[in-house]
Design a protein around this ligand. Structure first.
Ligand code: MN
Length: 747
């Protein structure tokens, strides 16, 4: 803030001139009423900041004045925004309060200034807080997008005057500008602001490289201008002939964009600089739609130069999500050089340069939702989802900010915009979470595809749903959009809640039947028996059927915990398993468990001796541990199972190490899920592969086919992980089978 030098007479005169300057650059501030309001804000700001100076030594008031000019001239906002820009640092840096602002300028202006004040320290904190602050800053989008636009103007002026800051601050400010503000400006359609922010950031971040490119641009400028003139002349002639009111400009590339291209393509400056571009901006004739006129000019240009077919970009029919509209084509110019030609109407040009504010101008305040409004609405939805953390949000937000987009169509031809990399599942959730939750596959351009299929621009997508389908945990790896992710998370939570409610009901009913009350000793018994630590977990297991009403009865009625048996008898019996049948070998009356020696897990599936935990379904070959229950049986968990980890922490004295015997006849239950595209004979192929796999016996199998997509669930007995992996490999080879996975039943 510099020293407290009161302004000199000369400075006061210079500042006074700026009022007229602001009015001059603000076409939307011209009424007497508006001028009076701006005068009032101008005087207040001057008065409030009169004793402050910037690092550069100049009076502080220059900053709000410049921000106000950017807001009016470069972003195209009106009176309220100009007033807020003038006052944006007043509450932050002087004795004036928000209440003062409200009293003087009304609630709307006060609330925008409040938003600006609150986000003024956004990036001074450590990373997580920074993310939270950024989230808060964007939350103000829901109040008024002008907060963000003025903030961008503020940042732009700070970047323009970054010279006077110490070097370490320059780097920091430049970094966050490139990281957040430039993409934000881009997303809001402020192309010019974005480009300048990028170039300025780049200048401070990599000064030498910046200067080098700038120098080379200057050296080659004459040649470029010459070429562009030569290229444009025949177009100019044609446009004049056709009586079109237009301007034509060569479009200089920004230093940063040249550098990025050099990086991305790994080429030297010489190969990048002479990618030429010109822009034709026309004043439309009222009787003709702008779109028609764009194509007419396109036709004139391509009559002269031949277009490169794969480089036609039609953002007139489908504007970009940030509102950008234009027709781009690349044509072969003289000397065999490609030249990009951008064709836009005056309105489109203004939207391209000034973004959101220009939308307002052309839409009027109450007009229907533009793409940008939809984007802001999406961001708002994300922000109001309390389940995502600030950092998670930032990730998702940035992803939505950076990734380019694809356009796909519904069966009825409605267009949907999704980020690049979006899958069928993303599309399904974009339509509605009820569709997403039930999706089993899709027809893309009339061909069947699975849920993980990545969509391409132009795809026409029809989602196939099944009443039996439920959201799967693995879907979280398939979806890329924030919307789908949060819908999935919400549904998993709901599922958990349902299980808890259901389980609690069963539990209470069963206890009532047994004439017991749900008291602490009963919970203790059950917790001990199943290695559970919380009530909700108990309810979930009951709700999911892992603990049955009979189990509850058994445990509850048990008088006292019997002493643990001393040894474990190893039984090896030759058992075979037949399809659909479950074998339970006879039970030994007395079993003893010695915790000091590993429990040997044979093919014995005696429920009372050891039980394969349903939560993680370990199979031979998996690293496992055993939990000794009060009724002398052992529940075998994978060591990596979260449940097991919890048990080890809480019931250390009831743990027994366990090992699998390597016996070829031993078998264990595993579940696999198959997905694919149905065709004649597929089910036969699948069962044949399984039965040919000598080491495997099926226990249960179910296939479901819906409109060409099939799902298979197979429960089978296998010997060890090698056998299972082998089987999965062979199943994957079957034509039409898309994925084969072992299902883990982890929560
Ligand atoms: Mn400021």
């Amino acid at each position: 803030m510099g020293s407290n030098k009161v302004l000199s007479e000369a400075e006061i005169q210079e500042i006074e001139k700026q009022y007229d300057e602001i009015i001059r650059v603000c076409p939307r501030c011209q009424s007497d009423e508006n001028k009076a309001l701006i005068r009032k804000a101008f005087d207040l700001a001057c008065e409030a900041h009169k004793e402050m100076r910037r690092k550069s030594g100049e009076p502080y008031i220059w900053h709000p004045i410049e921000v106000a000019k950017i807001v009016a001239e470069e972003i195209g906002l009106g009176t309220k925004s100009v007033i807020c820009a003038l006052l944006h640092d007043v509450v932050e840096d002087t004795d004036y309060t928000i209440e003062d602002m409200e009293q003087q300028f009304g609630p709307k202006i006060a609330s925008i200034i409040d938003g600006l004040t609150k986000i003024s320290h956004v990036f001074d904190k450590e990373s997580s807080l920074q993310a939270e602050n950024f989230r808060k800053m964007l939350l103000t989008l829901s109040d008024d997008v002008r907060v963000i636009l003025i903030k961008l103007a503020d940042r732009l002026h700070n970047m323009r005057t970054l010279e006077s800051m110490p070097a370490y601050k320059q780097i920091k400010i430049a970094g966050e500008t490139l990281f957040l503000y430039a993409p934000l400006a881009h997303r809001l359609g402020l192309y010019t602001v974005k480009t300048e922010l990028e170039d300025l950031s780049f200048k401070y971040e990599q000064e030498a490289v910046y200067n080098d490119i700038l120098q080379k641009l200057k050296e080659t400028e004459n040649k470029r201008v010459e070429y562009i003139n030569k290229f444009s002349q025949p177009i100019i002639d044609k446009l004049n002939e056709a009586n079109i009111d237009y301007t034509i400009t060569g479009r200089p590339k920004s230093v940063y964009s040249i550098w990025k291209k050099m990086q991305n393509k790994n080429v030297p400056f010489e190969e990048v600089y002479d990618i030429f571009a010109i822009r034709v901006v026309f004043n439309p004739i009222n009787s003709n739609p702008e779109k028609t006129q764009c194509w007419m000019i396109y036709s004139l240009v391509t009559d002269i130069f031949s277009p490169k077919p794969d480089r036609l970009r039609d953002w007139v029919s489908t504007p970009k999500a940030n509102g950008y509209e234009a027709l781009h084509t690349t044509v072969m110019g003289p000397e065999g050089k490609w030249v990009e030609v951008q064709i836009r109407s005056k309105r489109m040009d203004e939207i391209a340069e000034k973004g959101y504010a220009a939308h307002w101008k052309y839409k009027g305040d109450g007009a229907d939702e533009g793409e940008l409004d939809k984007w802001i609405k999406k961001i708002r939805e994300l922000l109001t989802n309390k389940e995502s953390s600030a950092l998670e949000f930032l990730d998702e937000f940035k992803m939505n900010l950076f990734s380019s987009e694809i356009y796909v169509f519904t069966p009825k031809g409605q267009i949907k915009r999704l980020p690049k990399g979006a899958t069928i599942l993303d599309f399904a959730f974009d339509i509605h979470s009820a569709i997403g939750n039930r999706a089993v596959g899709a027809k893309v351009n009339h061909k069947l595809v699975g849920l993980s299929y990545q969509l391409q621009s132009g795809d026409q997508v029809e989602i196939i749903t099944s009443e039996k389908q439920t959201p799967q945990k693995e879907w979280l790896n398939i979806v890329t959009t924030a919307k789908a992710k949060s819908a999935l998370k919400t549904s998993f939570k709901a599922e958990r809640r349902e299980s808890i409610e259901k389980g609690q009901m069963i539990f209470i009913d069963k206890l009532a039947e047994l004439n017991r009350k749900p008291a602490a000793p009963i919970y203790r018994k059950l917790f001990g028996a199943y290695g559970i630590t919380t009530k909700s977990e108990l309810y979930i297991q009951i709700g999911m059927g892992t603990i049955t009403a009979d189990d509850i009865k058994k445990i509850v009625l048990k008088r006292s915990q019997s002493k643990f048996v001393r040894y474990w008898q190893l039984r090896v019996s030759k058992t075979t398993f037949r399809f659909g049948k479950r074998i339970s070998p006879k039970k030994d009356a007395e079993q003893k468990i010695n915790k000091k020696i590993p429990l040997i897990l044979a093919e014995n599936i005696n429920e009372d001796q050891y039980i394969i935990a349903k939560c993680c379904s370990p199979i031979p070959g998996d690293d496992v541990m055993g939990y000794i229950t009060p009724n002398n049986s052992v529940i075998v968990h994978k060591k990596t199972c979260p449940k097991a980890i919890e048990i080890m922490a809480n019931y250390g004295d009831k743990i027994v190490t366990a090992e699998w015997t390597k016996h070829k006849l031993m078998a264990s239950l595993a579940r696999i899920q198959l997905k694919g595209i149905d065709r004649m004979g597929l089910v036969n192929n699948v069962t044949k592969v399984i039965s040919e796999e000598l080491a495997v016996n099926m226990r249960a199998v179910s296939f479901e086919s819906n409109d060409g997509i099939f799902f298979g669930f197979i429960e089978l007995y296998i010997h060890d992980t090698d056998d299972l992996n082998n089987l999965i490999k062979n199943l994957k080879k079957i034509k039409g089978v898309d994925s084969v996975v072992r299902i883990e039943m982890n929560d």
